[in-house]
Design a protein around this ligand. Structure first.
Ligand SMILES: [Zn+2]
Length: 384
C-alpha cells in the first residue's frame, strides 16, 4: 500500500497512472469497496490509516488511475523488485514512522448520513470512545513483560492488539471467567496487595495472613502455601507430562498473561494444535482455580485458613475433567450442528490424557465415565 501511495505522489497529477499489483485486497479496497468504505467512514475496513491518504491522493489527481491484478512470484520484473524491497524492509530494524500529508479539499471525514445504519453508527461511537481512553502505566508495563516472555519462549514479539485479541477472542479454549481473569491480570486490577495498601484504614488487607508478606498476584498464584500452590502446579505439570508437553522452567504471572499466544511445537518445529490447546486449557484453569480457592478461603465465613491438600487435588482434577466432558458434549453435531467442536481437535487435545487409555472403547467421545489421568497414574476407580 505504501508503494501505491508513493506512485501516486511521484506521477504528475495530469498523467494517466496504471498500477499493476498482485494484491487483490488492495484492488478491492481501492476500487470495488471504495464507496461503501467512505460512506461508513472506514468502520469495517482494516488499515484505514493507509487507505485514507491513498484515496485522498486518487481523488486529487486529474488524470485517470487504473489498477490491474497480476500473478505474484511469476518473474515479472517490477513485481519481483517490489517483493525484494519488501523483504529487505521487513528484515530491517526500522522504527521510523511514516507521515501522510492529505489534501484537506479531498479528505473524507465522518460517515454519510443517508446510508448510515444503527450498527455502523454504534461501531463508530465505540471506536471514537476507545481512542479517548488513556493508556494505564501498569497495563503498558504488563504488556511489555508479556511480549518479553513470548519473545523468550517462542521468539516472536506480538503487538498489544494481538495480545488482547488472543485473550478476548479465544472463545473455544478460554471461558468468559478465564478471559476476564487474564484481562484483569494484565490491567493489574485484582483486589489484592497494592490495591489495599493504597487505601486508608484497609492497609492490613494487603498482607497475606498466612505468610505475612505482601499478597501480590505472583504470591497468590505461585508462592502462597495456604493456597496449596505447589501441589496444584505439580498436578498440572503431571497432566501436561502425560502428553509430553515440555514444562516451562520459570512460571510466573507474565507466563500466565502470555499463555494464549504460547505454542507447543513438534520435533519438526510445527505447532502441535492439540498439545497447544491442552496446555492453554490446563494452565489457565489451574491459575484461575488457585485464585478462586484463595478468594473462597478469605471471603467464605467458616472456611479453614489453609486449603487442604485433598481439596486442592480434587478441585484441579474435577476442573479438568469437567472441561473434558464439556468438550466431548460440544462435539455433538446433532445438538450443535455447525457450532459443534471438530471431533479431530478434541481427539488430538485429549488423546494420551485419559485413564486406562489402552483399554478404552474406541469411541470415547461418546462413552460414559471417561476421566483424565496424571503421569504414572494407572488407576481407574477414582479421580486423580
Ligand atoms: Zn501467602
Amino acid at each position: 500500500m505504501t508503494t501505491i501511495h508513493k506512485a501516486l505522489a511521484l506521477v504528475p497529477n495530469q498523467c494517466r497512472l496504471h498500477i499493476k499489483t498482485d494484491s487483490r485486497w488492495a484492488i478491492n479496497v481501492l476500487c470495488e469497496n471504495i464507496e461503501n468504505s467512505t460512506d461508513a467512514n472506514f468502520a469495517y475496513t482494516s488499515h484505514a490509516n493507509l487507505i485514507k491518504p491513498i484515496i485522498n491522493r486518487m481523488h486529487h489527481r486529474g488524470g485517470n488511475t487504473s489498477f490491474e491484478w497480476i500473478k505474484g512470484h511469476t518473474s515479472i520484473t517490477g513485481n519481483e523488485g517490489t517483493n525484494a524491497l519488501a523483504a529487505i524492509g521487513t528484515s530491517m530494524d526500522n522504527t521510523t514512522k511514516m507521515i501522510f500529508i492529505a489534501n484537506p479539499d479531498f479528505n473524507y471525514n465522518g460517515a454519510r448520513l443517508a446510508t448510515l445504519t444503527q450498527a455502523t453508527a454504534y461501531k463508530l461511537i465505540i471506536r471514537q470512545n476507545k481512542n479517548k481512553i488513556a493508556n494505564r502505566m501498569r497495563t503498558m508495563a504488563n504488556l511489555d513483560l508479556t511480549r518479553e516472555t513470548i519473545q523468550k519462549i517462542d521468539n516472536c514479539s506480538p503487538v498489544n492488539e494481538r495480545i488482547w485479541h488472543a485473550i478476548m477472542n479465544n472463545h473455544r479454549d478460554l471461558s468468559i471467567n478465564i478471559r476476564s481473569f487474564l484481562w484483569k491480570l494484565i490491567h493489574d486490577t485484582h483486589k489484592c496487595g497494592t490495591y489495599w495498601s493504597k487505601m486508608a484504614n484497609y492497609e492490613e488487607h494487603s498482607i497475606c495472613t498466612s505468610c505475612e508478606m505482601v499478597e501480590t498476584m505472583n504470591h497468590i498464584l505461585f508462592k502462597c502455601k495456604a493456597n496449596q500452590c505447589d501441589l496444584i502446579w505439580k498436578t498440572t505439570r503431571e497432566i501436561c507430562e502425560r502428553k509430553n508437553i515440555p514444562w516451562l522452567q520459570s512460571l510466573d504471572t507474565t507466563t500466565i498473561m502470555a499463555l494464549p499466544l504460547l505454542k507447543v511445537k513438534t520435533n519438526t518445529g510445527k505447532t502441535h494444535q492439540g498439545a497447544t490447546c491442552l496446555f492453554l486449557i490446563t494452565v489457565s484453569k489451574c491459575a484461575f482455580l488457585i485464585w478462586k480457592l484463595r478468594c473462597k478461603r478469605i471471603l467464605e465465613p467458616g472456611h479453614q485458613e489453609t486449603i487442604t491438600a485433598r481439596e486442592a487435588r480434587n478441585q484441579i482434577m474435577s476442573t479438568i475433567n469437567c472441561r473434558l466432558n464439556q468438550d466431548r458434549t460440544l462435539t455433538s453435531k446433532k445438538r450443535y450442528s455447525k457450532k459443534a467442536l471438530p471431533e479431530n481437535l478434541v481427539l488430538s487435545t485429549w488423546s494420551r490424557m485419559l485413564k486406562d487409555k489402552h483399554h478404552l472403547p474406541r469411541k470415547w467421545l461418546t462413552a460414559n465415565g471417561v476421566l483424565v489421568g496424571r503421569a504414572n497414574d494407572h488407576s481407574v476407580s477414582s479421580i486423580g
